[in-house]
Structures are given as structure tokens and as C-alpha cells.
Design a protein around this ligand. Structure first.
Ligand code: SAM
Length: 310
């Protein structure tokens, strides 16, 4: 089977799949677990843009959604919050759950996703004797090399690379972005994720960027801990930017997560959250702030606009 089919099974099988069973925090944390610092800063940013409709893709356990709604209410702003989650792990209140993003045709507002693109099944290609081949999976336990069947994929692969290099790419993630673009009449697509520009991806990860997270350890064998570990890869931001620009979107923000949060007032948010706290509680929150800004060093915030002047 192709590697993305293997990932569909171990990550998204509706009974055994990793994302259907595991809770965030068991193997890794996301920025949405950081005491409203992340969510409220985005809330502030969305209010500044005049946004009333938000569609969150892959809302996970719903921290971000709940907190952004809370922030809007605190500021007496109107909000309609829609969520679409592929691995349904329960419903949250105050949002509209949708079963397919096509339900929101002609959407005006923000389509937001944090750490979703990296969680979508990816494929692995290897450059050998001057051509690209694909890595397939045998018996759920090892890779083997095969010719590429759908040569259209070649248009997304880097052109000049070293012999033996492995490049990881999710065509399905590009398809998701295309659907987001298609339902969006006017507004923004916001992507927060970890990765690098293409040149750096190729330099840093000659063996591919596949990474497994298991009990807060970083592992590299996707065939161990089947169904029990997260299997992910680093986003090639050059690919994502070229793809959305080609569709007709305009890139309006391209910043590290830390820079974005600082510029959009995370320090004021931290002051506000901690205003009635003890010194010790304040210390803990500011430590989280430090971690959110510094430890997530390879995370970026990309904002693309469609028919919207900023
Ligand atoms: C790493 S988790 C991040 C969850 C949440 N956004 C957060 O930051 O805590 C990735 C989530 O994206 C969801 N997901 C992956 N592909 C998706 C898709 N095509 N549409 C909707 N959700 C998706 C997964 O089920 C999973 O809940």
C-alpha cells in the first residue's frame, strides 16, 4: 500500500485510529493548551480584522474554539463559529458542527487551522538515478520503492535534488486547502503549523521529515507503536504559499508564531489574564508565554486573503 494509505489506517481508522482515540497532551502538546494566550491573541487579531464568522478545521478538543468565543463575548462582539473535525471526539457547545466544508459555500470570514496540515496523510518520494520513485509499505512493517503511478504529482516535487533524497508531501492537504479556497467568498485562510521553506526542508531532512510522537518522545520508525503514536512531517511552506497564490490568494502575513503573537498583543493578554493572580500563578503563566514564543521556534503563521483589503 502507499504510505498515505498506511497513515489513513493507523491515524484515521474510525475504531482504532490514533486521532480517534488519543487525547492531545498524551504524546505532544499543541499551542492551544497554553492558557488562552494563543487563542485570545488570535481572537484579538480576528476582531481587529472585523471578522464575525470563523470556520475552524480540525478543532481537536475545542480549546481554541471555546476560548475565542469567550474572548468575543468579553468584548461584546458577535461571532458565528463553525467547526469541522475529521476524527470526531465529541461535540462542544456554542459552535456549529458541520459534516463537510462544502456546507459552507460562499463563506465570508476566517478559515483557521492549527497543526492540521501536518496531521494529514502524506506520501514519500525518493530521488534515484535522476528520477522520482515512491515509497510504499509492505505488511505494515517496511518500506519498498515503486514507480510513481499518478505522474501529475511530479509537478509538486522539487526539481533538482541530491541522489537518495526523500521528500514528504501531502497531496490531500493541498486538496483540503483547495476546498477551503473554493468555499471562501471573501476573507482569510489562516494556517499555523511547523515547517520550513523548501530549501531548508531539503537541507535539514535529506531522509525526509517524517517524525513520530509517542509519550512525549520523538521517534523515527512509523512501523512501531502502530495506532499508538502520532506520525507527522514538516510542512514545506514554499509549496503551500505557491499553491495558494496560484489559486489566486494573497499572502498577507508570513511570520514566526512568536513574532505573530508578540505583534498582536500576547503580552497584554498575559497581563490581563494574570491581573488578579498570585505571584506564583503569574510566574507559571509567563513561563508558558515564554515557551509559546520561544519553544515553538519552527512554527509559522501564514494568513492568505481573498477579495479582502487589509
Ligand atoms: C494535531 S491535531 C490538532 C488539533 C487542534 N487544532 C489543536 O491545535 O489542538 C490535528 C487535528 O486535525 C484533524 N484533521 C486532520 N485532517 C483533517 C481534515 N481534513 N479535516 C478536518 N480535520 C482534520 C485531526 O483529526 C486532528 O484532530
Amino acid at each position: 500500500m502507499r504510505f498515505d494509505e498506511f497513515l489513513s489506517e493507523v491515524l484515521y481508522n474510525s475504531e482504532k485510529g490514533y486521532y480517534f482515540r488519543k487525547r492531545i497532551g498524551e504524546d505532544y502538546y499543541t499551542a492551544t493548551s497554553f492558557e488562552k494566550l494563543f487563542s485570545w491573541t488570535f481572537g484579538k487579531y480576528f476582531i481587529k480584522l472585523g471578522i464575525e464568522n470563523i470556520l475552524e478545521i480540525g478543532f481537536g478538543e475545542g480549546h481554541f474554539a471555546r476560548e475565542v468565543i469567550e474572548f468575543y463575548r468579553l468584548h461584546k462582539k458577535n461571532i458565528n463559529y463553525y467547526v469541522y473535525e475529521r476524527a470526531k471526539r465529541g461535540y462542544i457547545n456554542d459552535v456549529m458542527h458541520i459534516d463537510s466544508i462544502i456546507q459552507l459555500r460562499n463563506f465570508e470570514g476566517v478559515i483557521f487551522q492549527n497543526e492540521v496540515l501536518d496531521a494529514i496523510e502524506f506520501r514519500r518520494f525518493v530521488f534515484k538515478n535522476g528520477s522520482w520513485y515512491e515509497l510504499y509499505v509492505k505488511d505494515m512493517k517496511e518500506f519498498y520503492i515503486q514507480e510513481i503511478e499518478d505522474t501529475e504529482v511530479l509537478e509538486y516535487l522539487p526539481k533538482e535534488v541530491n541522489e537518495g533524497l526523500i521528500y514528504d508531501i501531502s497531496i490531500k492537504a493541498l486538496e483540503l486547502l483547495k476546498s477551503e479556497y473554493e468555499i471562501l467568498k471573501r476573507g482569510f485562510i489562516v494556517i499555523v503549523d511547523y515547517g520550513y521553506e523548501r530549501r531548508e526542508i531539503l537541507e535539514r531532512f535529506p531522509n525526509g521529515s517524517l517524525t513520530c510522537y509517542y509519550k512525549h518522545r520523538i521517534l523515527d520508525n512509523p512501523f512501531e507503536n502502530l495506532y499508538e503514536q502520532d506520525i507527522t512531517y514538516f510542512i514545506d511552506f514554499t509549496l503551500i504559499k505557491d499553491f495558494l497564490k496560484k489559486l489566486g490568494m494573497t499572502l498577507v502575513v508570513d511570520k514566526s508564531q512568536g513574532e505573530f503573537l508578540i505583534e498582536n498583543g500576547v503580552l497584554d493578554i498575559a497581563e490581563f489574564i494574570t491581573r488578579n493572580m498570585s505571584e506564583y500563578e503569574r510566574f507559571k503563566i509567563f513561563n508558558k508565554l515564554k515557551s509559546l514564543v520561544l519553544d515553538f521556534y519552527n512554527f509559522r503563521v501564514l494568513v492568505f486573503s481573498k477579495d479582502f483589503l487589509v
